[in-house]
Ligand binder design. Structure first.
Ligand SMILES: Nc1ncnc2c1ncn2[C@@H]1O[C@H](COP(=O)(O)OP(=O)(O)O)[C@@H](O)[C@H]1O
Ligand SMILES: [Mg+2]
Length: 743
């Protein structure tokens, strides 16, 4: 494909001309600029990235329109120009009738009273276009449909439900192409709090930039991005969270944007990137968006209440009210627009605020916003011809075919991910890295996170050691008597359930990470399988430490049997329980998205596992209709395993001679009486039971506990298998659960 592009675009081969500050380049220069695939990373203003095209900085909107106009009309038609156009976007959802009077402001119920369900249009015939080098901002009161419009354009609403057309350079956009050339910045900053700004962006680079790109180039891209985002000073600071001081809110937001644009996407969608920021931080964010657009991208963002300064950075504005367009055009046209409509903007007032206030007033008036919607249509028709020739022109005139445009864009350094330098659109790969690289990077990141938050591990270690120490003192030096045997059973039941309960502590950590995961897999940063595997790998070493800690605190103090092999098996059984327990909790975190519900479910299920483990009621006594739960009980298997480890070796005796009376009403009799009763029993039975005869061995205890079905190694294997099974289920829960599309 590369030669074909070069043939059609001979300028691609020519070297980039030197740029001078403050001068708009000539047409010829612009053409040659397109070929600048590797511009110096340190651009003259230090802002453009190594991989992006420094488009001319047009300072005023008419200027830019003029450039676009020429581009649309003349030979520049061959210039790389992306144009996203959308027309008559309509998206309705069915809403239940709430029995109130009329529809509220901004509601458009299509009359369908017969089925008692109203259809509510969240978007109603919204049209517009957005171009390379520009920011299209969607503005409106909350609930006006901004997020819905962004979602519709970003292909996050299923195309069956969405009516109307979205085209890029006149061609319908398929989900796959869109996914590979675009980025969607979510409203929340889902970042790992313990990574620094530079690390966060480096990991994003690892995930999204192709392996073919050398590490040096990747580093250069990260450095260029840090400059583009204006984060040079904060590069070494951690992101931070409630417990750790980190970067400011505005910087955080810019990092968040940075992780999504590391591959230099052609299309960038953002939903209210400035919300929650103070005006200076918000301005900085929009300035960054301006730079991104100028590097040759289309930026589409929703924005709640832009300040006058921010308004000056926007190229196009769509104002929504109740899902309908009430203004569409450059922000500079706002005053004349509202003046023509009969409501001139006072000189000293913020145009955006004025517009929003006016719309709010109209919404609560009897006529609603209909007059403004209608006025918008006629205004649009009038001005489309006079001010923006490119817009009036058909889609075909302004741009080359989509595939060519993408190829050309890649050849000049855009869309770093998946591009085999000058590769074609069709070859844009789904994942940047092979499986093992993903594994390596994910594992490395988790390791850094774990290392920087030692308190999480220390808390778990503390919980395990404290529980172990309490158990060790309560069950200190158990003897080999009938009571001792009972107490051993109790100790094991409690000890084995402890493993599972301490795993539940990890639930919030998993949940927090889940959001980052959802965000990253949404744009295909890595395979879900790599995540599941690396997650399991990283979580394993701490479990070994925890197991050893618990085994050491309890084994010798309680006086468990079996010497070194016994200790080894005991430790393995604990490790297997931790493994199964963490798998179980990980799986639940994939299914249940809320911490409180998660805890409740985990604790309840673990209680039932313990109930059916075979300690409180032995297997042979469980009612047949509950026996399935016994076999599901994760605690059953390690519990039976350690019981066999303790009692299954023969030789130990737990009831000897007169101890036979220990748990009976005869226990209180004097020893001499017990000896006589024992003698008469043995003569009646015809077997000689002396004072030292073993009546119940360890195996007998196992028989009584109905622990007879599986060997101890089988128990260990089954416990480990549960751990694996839950991680496989976790994988499926991620595959099924992470479709974030509206229907
Ligand atoms: N799935 C849905 N079902 C019904 N109403 C919805 C749904 N999603 C969003 N809405 C409603 O659509 C309107 C527009 O939502 P949204 O696009 O999120 O607004 P904005 O981003 O401008 O605040 C809101 O009134 C919202 O309550
Ligand atoms: Mg919104």
């Amino acid at each position: 494909m590369a030669p074909a592009v070069q043939d059609r675009l001979p300028f691609l081969a020519s070297p980039p001309p030197a740029r001078e500050r403050g001068r708009n380049p000539s047409l010829a220069e612009m053409l040659r600029l397109v070929g600048a695939a590797t511009v110096d990373p340190a651009d003259d203003d230090g802002s453009a990235s190594a991989f992006s095209l420094p488009l001319p900085h047009a300072t005023t909107t008419p200027d830019r329109d003029a450039v676009a106009g020429v581009a649309g009309a003349t030979a520049i038609g061959r210039t790389v120009h992306f144009r996203l156009a959308f027309s008559s976007l309509t998206y309705s959802v069915r809403a239940k009738q709430h029995g109130r009077g009329g529809p509220g402001p901004g509601l458009l119920p299509l009359q369908r009273r017969s089925d008692r369900v109203t259809t509510r249009a969240l978007l109603d015939g919204v049209s517009g276009d957005a171009r390379e080098g520009e920011i299209l901002a969607v503005m409106g009161a909350s609930g006006s449909g901004k997020s819905t419009l962004i979602d519709a354009l970003a292909h996050r609403i299923s195309r069956d439900a969405l009516k109307g057309a979205v085209t890029l350079n006149g061609e319908p956009l398929t989900g796959a192409v869109l996914k590979s050339i675009s980025a969607y910045v979510m409203q929340d900053d889902l970042l790992f709090p313990m990574l620094t700004v530079a690390e966060t962006l480096s990991f994003a680079a690892e995930f999204r930039l192709p392996r073919a790109l050398s590490p040096a180039k990747k580093r250069a891209r990260v450095q260029a991005l840090i400059d583009q985002l204006g984060l040079r000073a904060a590069a070494g600071t951690i992101i931070g969270d409630e417990g750790h001081r980190g970067v400011s809110g505005g910087e955080r937001r810019r990092v968040s944007i940075g992780t999504d644009i590391i591959h230099d996407p052609i299309l960038l969608f953002l939903d209210e990137p400035t919300s929650g920021l103070d005006s200076t931080s918000a301005f900085m964010v929009v300035k960054v968006l301006r730079r991104i657009a100028e590097s040759g991208s289309i930026v589409i963002t929703s924005i709640h209440q832009p300040s006058q300064r921010i308004l000056g950075l926007l190229d196009r504005l769509i104002l929504l009210s109740g899902g309908r367009t009430v203004f569409s055009g450059p922000p500079s046209a706002l005053p004349s627009y509202f003046a023509e409509f009969g409501f001139p903007v006072p000189d000293d007032e913020n145009r955006a605020e004025f517009a929003l206030d006016l719309i709010r007033e109209l919404e609560s008036s009897p006529t609603g916003t209909k007059p403004l919607v209608d006025f918008q249509r006629t205004w649009q028709l009038m001005h489309a011809r006079t001010t923006s020739p490119a817009a009036a022109q058909g889609d075909g005139g302004s741009a080359m075919s989509l595939k060519e445009a993408i190829s050309a864009s890649i050849s000049r350094g855009k869309l770093v991910s998946g591009s085999d330098v000058a590769g074609e659109a069709a070859s844009v790969r789904t994942y940047a890295n092979p499986f093992w690289v993903e594994m390596k990077v994910l594992t490395k990141r988790s390791a850094i996170n774990t290392r920087r938050m030692p308190e999480l591990f220390l808390i778990r270690l503390g919980a395990v050691v404290v529980t172990g120490a309490i158990l060790a003192t309560v069950f200190f030096r158990l003897d080999q008597s009938p009571k001792g045997a009972q107490e051993r059973l109790g100790f094991f039941a409690f000890a084995m359930s402890t493993m599972y309960y301490t795993c539940a502590d990890a639930l919030p950590v998993f949940l927090q990470e889940r959001y980052v995961f959802l965000r990253e897999t949404a744009y295909g940063a890595y395979r879900r399988a790599s995540y599941v595997l690396s997650n399991a790998l990283v979580s394993f070493p701490p479990l070994v430490v925890l197991s050893l800690a618990f085994a050491l605190t309890t084994f010798f103090a309680v006086g468990l049997a079996g010497g070194v092999p016994g200790f080894a098996f005991y430790t393995l059984a604990i490790l297997a329980s931790f493994w199964a327990g963490s798998g179980f909790v990980t799986f639940l975190s994939g299914v249940i998205p809320h911490v409180m519900i998660g805890y409740t479910v985990v604790v309840a299920i673990l209680a039932y596992f313990l109930l059916f483990s075979g300690f409180f009621i032995t297997r042979d006594r469980i009612p047949p209709y509950w026996i399935w739960f016994h076999y599901l009980s994760l605690i059953k298997y390690p519990f039976e395993g350690v019981l066999q480890n303790e009692f299954g070796r023969g030789g130990e005796c737990f009831v000897r001679g007169a101890q036979i009376f220990d748990n009976s009403p005869l226990a209180g009799l004097p020893d001499a009486v017990k000896a006589r009763v024992l003698a008469s029993i043995s003569s009646a039975l015809g077997v000689g039971i002396g004072a030292d005869t073993c009546v119940v061995t360890g195996r007998g205890v196992l028989q009584q506990a109905a622990v007879t079905q599986l060997g101890k190694w089988e128990c260990l294997l089954v416990t480990m298998a549960w751990g694996f099974l839950f991680r496989i289920l976790f994988y499926f829960s991620l595959v099924l659960g992470s479709k974030n599309k509206r229907r």
